[in-house]
Design a protein around this ligand. Structure first.
Ligand SMILES: Cc1cc2nc3c(=O)[nH]c(=O)nc-3n(C[C@H](O)[C@H](O)[C@H](O)COP(=O)(O)O)c2cc1C
Length: 253
């Protein structure tokens, strides 16, 4: 399948066949991932390939037993400044990439590589699903994978042979997401269509009611702080564990 067709037919897959992806396919997917552009040649990310069943079970438990995490292979994407610091030390220069900049460029590099891998996998008719619970459980994930300082797990990409064929899920209207030359504030009359679009989909594995009230209640839950609160606390703990906290505190002062 070509890339455009694969992109336009993307659906997250949360049910997988009990069948391993061949090792050569995993290698090819990784080659596609690492061909993604990288910020200033910095390569501020790492990918952990998780194939070992015990590790997979552990990660699935940490992430609340999600269906997506019954796939053949998980790719755990991390922002990585550990390698950068080894280079800095070897070259005898200051460890100079800090704080918000480090977190953002590491996230960008990891995300570009991940989406390359996802498109390549879907073009081979494999299924994929991102698992963001990894960020919300970042402290525990650092412990499970014994991640070195100055790395932070961002998300997992589950890949495997699909065992379902879901419909395309809706997106906000293109005009809501795309602006021509200047940012266009949406009109109040456009908001109900946004709620309709977001609320017509699925929250993870759970189908949501398609009544108007059901959609509203889903969107209310999604955008409320309480949805994200425990993840925020866990991420702060992980940033402290991984040595990012002091520099972020310094930037806040
Ligand atoms: C960063 C990120 C994290 C996600 N985390 C999860 C997750 O933890 N569990 C899950 O089932 N789906 C997860 N998804 C998939 C989204 O729910 C899905 O992309 C969205 O509902 C749209 O559906 P579609 O991908 O089928 O078009 C995640 C997607 C992204 C981009």
């Amino acid at each position: 399948m070509d890339a455009v067709k694969a992109i336009l037919s993307h659906r997250s897959i949360r049910s997988y066949k009990d069948k391993e992806i061949p090792a050569e396919t995993v290698d090819l997917l990784l080659r596609c991932a690492v061909r993604a552009p990288v910020t200033a040649m910095g390569h501020f990310y790492s990918i952990l390939v998780v194939r070992d069943q015990a590790k997979k079970d552990q990660l699935r438990d940490v992430c609340g037993g999600q269906g997506a995490l019954r796939s053949s292979t998980y790719f755990l994407f991390c922002a990585d400044f550990h390698r950068t610091e080894l280079l800095a030390d070897a070259l005898g220069v200051e460890r100079g990439i800090h704080g918000y900049t480090a977190l953002v460029i590491g996230t960008v590099d990891a995300t570009l590589a991940a989406q390359n891998l996802a498109i390549a996998a879907e073009s081979m008719e494999l299924g994929t699903c991102y698992v963001g619970s990894v960020l919300h459980k970042a402290f525990t994930v650092c412990e499970v994978f014994d991640l070195p300082p100055r790395t932070i797990p961002l998300f997992c990409l589950a890949v495997g042979f699909p065992n379902e064929d879901p419909e395309l899920r809706p997106r906000l209207p293109t005009e809501a997401l795309v602006h021509l030359d200047r940012y266009r504030e949406p009109a109040a009359e456009e908001i109900p269509a946004f709620i309709d679009s977001i609320g017509s989909s699925f929250a993870g594995e759970r189908p949501v009611s398609r009544s108007l009230e059901g959609k509203k209640s889903f969107v209310r839950g999604l955008i409320q702080g309480s949805w994200w609160q425990s993840g925020e606390e866990e991420l702060r703990k992980a940033l402290t564990r991984q040595g990012f906290d002091k520099e972020l505190d310094k930037e806040l002062r």
